[in-house]
Design a protein around this ligand. Sequence first.
Ligand code: SF4
Length: 685
Amino acid sequence: TSAHRPSTAATRTTCGYCGVGCALDVVTSDGEVTAVLPARDGPVNRGHACVKGRFAHGYLTSPERLTRPLLRRDGRLEPVGWDEALGYVARGLREAVDTGGPDAVAAISSARATNEENYLVQKFLRVVIGTNNVDNCSRLCHSPSAAGLTASFGLSGGTDSLDDVERSDCLLVVGANPVEAHPVVGARLLRRVLRGAKLVVADPRAVGLALHADVHLRPRPGTNVALFHGLAHVLLTEGLVDEEFLRERATGLPELAELLLDYPPDRVADITGVPAADLVAAARLYGRAERPAIVYGLGVTEHLHGTDGVRSLANLAILRGAVGTDCGHGVNPLRGQNNVQGASDMGALPDLLPGYGKVTDPAARGRAEAVWGVPIPERPGLRIPDMFAAARAGELRALWVIGEDVCATDPDSNQVAAALDACPLVVCNELFLSETARHAGVVLPVASWLEKDGTFVNFDRRFQRVRPAVPAPGEARSDFDVVRALAGVMGVDLGCATPADALAECGHVAPVFAGLSHDRLDREAAVPWPCPDPGRPGEAKLYGERFATPDGRAHLTAAPYLPPGEQPDYDYPLLLVTGRRWAHYNSGSMTRRGGNLALDPVDFLDLHPDDATRYGVRNGAQLTVESRHGRARLVARVSEQTVPGEVFCSFHFPSSGVNRLTSDHADTVTSCPEYKVTAVRVTSR
Ligand code: SF4
């Protein structure tokens, strides 16, 4: 007998974890993934990848993968066929509309869905149901970036590419830990610093890049706006501004200059805890550089005044003339998740259509209506927190959650669970029986990023292809198939027979994507938007001639500093900041099922040695952490990465209950939760 020759193949796809968008070659043997190799010609990663993209694929063959639809009967989720499951959902949606109108239905889409899936989800809500009640997980992370960057510059994306940023001679990295959360970007930034670029890090924690910083600013959580105003004050008073740029291309200087009188370094030091001399040194490095760049993360956005933070940070680039010019590399958000940029680009938002046309704008609605053939409601829909509030109030009667474990990742999760339990129909598209799925009436098994076809948009606006390396297990289907099939059961043909068709149709609704297609991406690997023309490259660097605001100018903002939603007090003396760690991704549902669990096996609460002494905590002790909202169990890690009075943990281990601690305080403009500031106390027991 001849020996079995395994059938091997390699599939080029885009990583489904963080927003860097590494190109990966997935090697399979007899239909199983045997290796994931970083692509040497990957447009962003250039032969590099991190521990998540390379090794976190064990979840594919986990015995816990959902392989059949589940329907709740007599309180238990039981396996059923697709016809029965979709029929049940279709009847439930019709009943919800009959009882409460179209706005009694809502959907939460996510970065786990491809662009084409997000496009189809929002089309389903708008065309089949007749509501704008669709939102996505960017609500919880970078919605302040969308609002802030649009207000300052005109478009909802970073201003420059990573390649541009890498040409900078001074990096200002704010509220981000790219060494752990975006390791390939972290490596590229570090390489730039080791080759001579100056580095200013602004972060309360001694995150990886801070070890290499020329100046490390450690503001108290929740004081960013004051910090940015302090930097702007120094730029202005020391003449480190581009007066011609301000005259020709910006507005709002008189109002900002007046506001900044209240933010001299000494006062900012009182508010933020950052020594005045460090603030001045940082401003001089940024202000005197030839091509400074700003890179920032969720430490800027996830605050009560997150949008003010983004806009006040953008002020620095405008004052310095370092955006839309050759004199700098702009303002660049590090998007946390693989496709959180794309989910919003595709219009999975309650107020915006694909390409960011407002639902209140008749011209934008008209473009979509011409393609979809139905009228689109003018009234903006509900944001995610408002969906939960409406469910608790009995007004939302059906909620479809697609790829988000909202019970684990959204703040004040006891209240989220209460909302799901109050909603008559909860449908969940999932890989595993997540915390959210346990509250659902119907759970639909779906394909993961290694099992489906489409595109993602990474943090610097590049579209890249996603290709299936292995088939989805059992009866699991792509979200794309599920949405189309459900629409069919409800008697509506959504069109878009394939993901390629969906992207092509999206280009008719949103001219900024009209130059994109699967064929083109197969040839060119990565194309940034805006890209209105198939014969021209997309715009990697924005605003070379004019800003995309109505008057074509960059807008300075004069927002005063306002304190965060919570402050430490006698009962809750510590401030908790949550964030990411290197081996895991979000709720950890994929990364905890495989070898990465051994790299980072439990969730730690990092606390400073002084606090460990003060509260009698030993390294490795089991802790009870309490806030005004709930309680969590974490393992103590005594670390000088934090400062006294501040503690840190991740949100990768939902069983520890971290998001039972976090509050419902949220950005006043976008409703993005204030994950970065929660007052807590710890006890060893
Ligand atoms: Fe690249 Fe991010 Fe994936 Fe790591 S998680 S391989 S940095 S895209």
